[in-house]
Write a protein that binds this ligand. Structure first.
Ligand SMILES: C[S@@+](CC[C@H](N)C(=O)[O-])C[C@H]1O[C@@H](n2cnc3c(N)ncnc32)[C@H](O)[C@@H]1O
Ligand code: SF4
Ligand code: SF4
Length: 427
């Protein structure tokens, strides 16, 4: 019998609450991948005892012993299921800001005002983690400026890691594109307008003609390798609020597989780039319209956003920019946080497993698990190896807080990272 059959059978038994029968079935299955998948289903449902037994069963066998990557993956799940706060398993995902240096001075960007480039210590910590990672996100500043970026790509390519990176695209050339395509990397290019004037106003220092030149080369690569996957990221501001349709058409024209419309994170409440109420309504209406079209396959592109499209969406009036790519409305967080707190009693389900899986090394030696987390400082002078970071006091404290269902002050109720596990708990 194949994995799919066992997984389906397991789901039925879980639905019927026949967990003893499920346990007996699992003991008879030799397909370790199927057993692992069943363990994950149980863990995601908060059935930790049952999940832990399954992961223990796999760890006890010889099957994964000689494969560091798979062994770590199972050990990681085991440690989540048994709610360990100090981990023997290594992170399975990373997000790294390699430098804040940039070739542009975009008007909405705060990151470029920081001065940070990761040092050898951080570099070595990344390298130490590579054998265990499923995916990694490289970010800047502009990653293509960082002189050891190609070295990192090559090192990561020795393992089975899905590498994604975020770029303004302007430094891409044939050689770089070749490296990207050959290593099956996912590329996200930030383009905030399909119109020269608006683009150059927002992306100060950029030339629209150069962008088009690069995009033609990117498109040519796609013709040669159709599974080359690249997306477009757009920050929605008062300058481009009415260009959504044009941006989608532009993205389709150049072969992008998706467009990610990002919420603008302002430093000040009276920031002129923040869309006003009417503009915000227009953004929401347009996004809803095109997202529906995308879901119905009426347009050949995926539309994603971190802007709230709920009917009674809250208009952002003030916000603090903590992280540029994802951080969502904390202004509506209070309401959501209360919802989380409401679930506190009697629920021992972990509302987020990111601190068990993801290591996000942000600039200036701060750590998080997603862009939504309140950053925790680590004292790098105390850190020689990965373990000093991964089991640092700050991270262990985060894990303990989650185990105690008590992280609401530094954790956004809207965080999508908690999506897989937090959705149910946050209802
Ligand atoms: C800081 S940039 C670094 C990567 C690269 N330089 C780029 O522009 O794509 C990361 C992402 O944050 C976006 N961003 C910059 N300022 C922002 C802001 N104030 N609010 C939301 N997103 C912002 C950028 O457009 C980009 O997509
Ligand atoms: S948004 Fe990206 S390209 Fe623009 S200044 Fe910031 S880091 Fe540079
Ligand atoms: S749910 Fe909280 S701890 Fe988890 S990633 Fe999001 S903000 Fe961070």
């Amino acid at each position: 019998m194949d994995s799919v059959h066992y997984i389906e059978k397991a789901k039925q038994l879980i639905n019927k609450k026949k967990l003893k029968e499920l346990e007996d079935m699992v003991l008879k299955i030799s397909d370790k991948n199927a057993i692992f998948e069943i363990g994950i289903i149980l863990r995601e449902l908060g059935k930790y005892k049952e999940a832990a037994k399954i992961f223990q069963q796999i760890l006890d066998g010889d099957f994964f012993k000689n494969n560091k990557f798979l062994y770590n993956k199972v050990l990681n799940e085991y440690e989540i299921s048994t709610k360990k706060s100090v981990l023997k398993s290594k992170p399975t995902r990373m997000h790294v800001v390699v430098t804040t240096d940039c070739n542009l001075k975009c008007i909405m960007c705060r990151v470029r005002k920081e001065t940070y480039t990761m040092d050898d210590k951080v570099f070595n910590i990344i390298v130490e983690n590579l054998p265990f990672l499923e995916n990694i996100m490289w970010q800047g500043g502009e990653v293509l400026i960082y002189d050891r970026f190609y070295e990192l790509i090559k090192l990561a390519a020795n393992y089975h890691i899905r590498q994604t990176f975020l770029t303004n695209g302007l430094l891409l050339d044939k050689k770089t594109l070749e490296v990207i395509v050959n290593n099956d990397m996912i590329m996200i290019i930030s383009i905030d307008s399909p119109e020269k004037e608006v683009y150059e106003k927002i992306r100060a220092g950029a030339k629209f003609d150069k962008l088009l030149e690069v995009l033609k080369q990117v498109y040519e690569c796609k013709q040669k390798k159709p599974d080359f996957n690249y997306s477009m990221a757009v920050v929605m501001m008062s300058l481009n609020y009415n260009q959504i349709e044009k941006m989608i058409n532009f993205a389709i024209l150049y072969g992008f597989s998706s467009v990610y419309f990002q919420k603008y994170m302002a430093d000040l409440s009276d920031d002129v780039l923040t869309p006003n109420e009417e503009q915000q309504k227009c953004i929401v209406e347009q996004l809803k319209y095109f997202q529906k079209k995308s879901e119905n396959n009426e347009i050949p592109i995926r539309i994603a956003t971190n802007i709230s499209l709920a009917d009674n969406y809250d208009i952002q009036k003030t916000d603090t920019q903590k992280c540029d790519i994802q951080k969502n409305a904390e202004i509506i967080g209070d309401k959501k946080k209360n919802n989380v707190a409401f679930n506190k009693s009697g629920n021992d389900r972990l509302f987020c497993v990111a601190p068990w899986k993801t290591l996000f090394l942000d600039y200036n030696h701060t750590i998080r698990f997603s862009c939504y987390c309140e950053p925790a400082d680590i004292d790098m002078s105390q850190c020689q190896r990965n373990d000093d970071v991964w089991n640092s006091t700050a991270i262990v404290r985060y894990r303990k807080s989650i185990i105690n269902n008590n992280l609401y002050s530094c954790c956004s109720g809207l965080c999508k990272n908690a999506g897989d596990d937090g959705k149910e708990v946050r209802k």
